[in-house]
Design a binder for this molecule. Structure first.
Ligand SMILES: Cc1cc2nc3c(=O)[nH]c(=O)nc-3n(C[C@H](O)[C@H](O)[C@H](O)COP(=O)(O)OP(=O)(O)OC[C@H]3O[C@@H](n4cnc5c(N)ncnc54)[C@H](O)[C@@H]3O)c2cc1C
Ligand code: SF4
Ligand code: SF4
Length: 469
């Protein structure tokens, strides 16, 4: 809800006050670093606007992905891709694919089908860019935005980092260096970057391609710490983690989490789903910003890659990407790769593409409408979204579930901070387990749904076995 107070001040002030900053770094870039983006005690980035001038607050508000002064995804995407058909769920699209890299020796080193790194590598190889701006391994914290200028460096940064990252310093570092780059980011980061480049012609000329990755929500830095601790590695002993370890004997959804302690060369591993908070549906450590996001398929990116979560692909341990292209050059690169057998591609229709992210739409469209209505009911400021506030589209039970999920995210963060202070993981587990159990009992699939899903998976396994003979 907008009040005279919230409408008369720069939007970024409302964003910070309501804890909706995702830490992207766009405000830092747009103000030449005068709005620093720093790590908060709970383990996420947030813009520090304490010393910002009114002019900088106004500039920042025009690039922030959560203010009403910045353009929404529809407006940005329409400017970028005016001639492409549009689907309300996935945005504009040129081609829709499911696919993966063909080399089974390479596939374990990517999270899904490996097409994100493969495509970025081809852009480098063809000399279309000089470098790739993406989230790789850094010393402190564990992961962050880096620039890779060789295929080797790019390969070292493969796999998803379910971890906060800010592009502020890296973007300011490359600005004006006369080189061209591809940027890889989650939807809000790509949108924020588009806002920056719309105002900054130097960066606009330098960012030649934006590669998006589908995003369910972002986690705080406590997320990998909570898993590592469950594997016996306390937060201050943790060196690094691997969020997506594949196992050829399991399905692609049953990936593992691995953690390595300082001074050790061994990863402790467990199936992510077996860890407390391991289901994405539970939304532990989710940033509050993600409660206000409706962009699933990075609608402002030139291409977007996600996991093809459909039974047909899920049963394959190697992982399969769902891909939405919006750029002619990238489209051609992918098709050429399939022709020479470097990658496999299968055309999909819009319904199948949307179906790969069914849970995401429940959270980001149906759930968002409820959260907006709740904010309006208690008079809290919230950004205008493409989704309209309301309760009528879901059952009362579902409304309760959406609220419980939001509460789970919040409690996980406070309880884990308490656990770290007490140096006792049980402080977190005892607080969060009952909430997860109760949430789980509300979301239990019906017997019929479980049987239907099982039949689908088993049928696809059989088809695969027969066609491999
Ligand atoms: C926070 C987050 C949430 C996600 N949620 C979903 C979801 O709900 N549904 C879904 O289908 N897919 C989701 N994904 C995407 C999925 O995990 C894979 O990243 C995607 O399918 C690409 O896989 P790949 O094998 O092609 O990539 P890889 O070949 O493994 O390469 C990944 C590339 O992305 C870069 N990268 C990794 N993490 C980040 C990051 N945080 N920000 C910017 N660049 C990064 C890496 O540096 C690398 O260049 C999410 C990813 C992230 C980071
Ligand atoms: S631009 Fe990004 S970092 Fe800055 S306030 Fe908005 S969300 Fe936060
Ligand atoms: S859910 Fe939306 S706001 Fe949250 S990290 Fe993903 S793209 Fe950004």
């Amino acid at each position: 809800m907008t009040t005279p107070e919230t409408s008369s001040r720069p939007g970024i002030v409302n964003v910070i006050e309501r804890n909706m900053c995702v830490g992207c770094g766009a405000c830092g870039v747009a103000t030449g670093g005068r709005i620093p983006v720093t790590i908060r005690p709970r383990g996420y980035y947030e813009a520090d606007i304490a010393g910002a001038s009114p002019a900088d607050l106004a500039t920042a508000s025009r690039v922030c992905p959560f203010t009403n002064e910045s353009e929404d995804e529809d407006t940005v995407a329409h400017r970028l891709f005016p001639d492409l058909p549009k689907d309300g769920r996935i945005g504009h699209h040129r081609s829709l694919f499911a696919g993966r890299v063909a080399d089974d020796g390479e596939i374990p080193f990517s999270s899904s089908g490996g097409l994100t790194s493969w495509t970025a590598s081809r852009l480098l190889e063809r000399g279309l860019i000089d470098g790739v701006i993406h989230v790789g391994n850094v010393e402190q914290p564990m992961f962050g935005y880096v620039v890779s200028t060789t295929i080797g460096e790019l390969r070292d940064g493969r796999k998803s980092k379910y971890y906060p990252a800010t592009f502020d310093e890296v973007l300011r570092g490359i600005r004006g260096d006369g080189r061209r780059y591809a940027f890889i980011g989650i939807p809000c980061a790509v949108k924020a970057l588009r806002h920056v480049t719309e105002q900054d012609s130097t960066l606009r000329d330098q960012i030649a391609f934006c590669l998006g990755i589908v995003c369910g929500h972002l986690k705080t830095m406590a997320y990998p710490e909570s898993f590592a601790w469950q594997l016996g590695i306390a937060p201050d002993e943790l060196e690094t983690v691997d969020f997506r370890i594949k196992d050829p004997s399991l399905t692609s959804r049953q990936y593992k989490f691995g953690a390595r302690a300082k001074g050790s060369d061994r990863f402790e591993e467990a199936q992510t789903l077996s860890l407390v908070g391991g289901s994405w549906g539970h939304a532990v450590f989710q940033l509050n910003a993600c409660n206000y996001c409706d962009d699933v398929f990075a609608e402002t990116a030139d291409v977007v890659f996600g996991d093809a979560w459909l039974s047909k692909y899920e049963i394959d341990w190697r992982g399969t990407n769902v891909v939405v292209t919006r750029n002619e050059v990238i489209d051609e690169i992918l098709r050429a790769g399939a022709q020479v057998g470097q990658i496999t591609l299968e055309e999909l229709d819009p319904d199948s593409v949307a179906k790969t992210q069914a849970g995401n739409y429940r959270h980001r469209r149906d759930g968002l409408a409820v959260r907006l209505a709740d904010d309006d009911a208690d008079g809290s400021w919230r950004p205008d979204k493409r989704v309209k506030p309301g309760y009528d589209h879901v059952s009362e039970e579902r409304v309760g579930l959406i609220r419980n999920r939001r509460n789970l995210s919040e409690v996980s963060q406070t309880a884990f901070a308490d656990a770290k202070e007490a140096r006792d993981l049980n402080v977190y587990l005892n607080a969060i387990k009952p909430l997860i159990d109760s949430y789980q009992s509300q979301t239990k699939m019906t017997f019929v749904t479980r049987v239907r899903n099982k039949i689908q998976r088993e049928s696809w396994k059989l088809i695969r076995k027969v066609s491999n003979r």
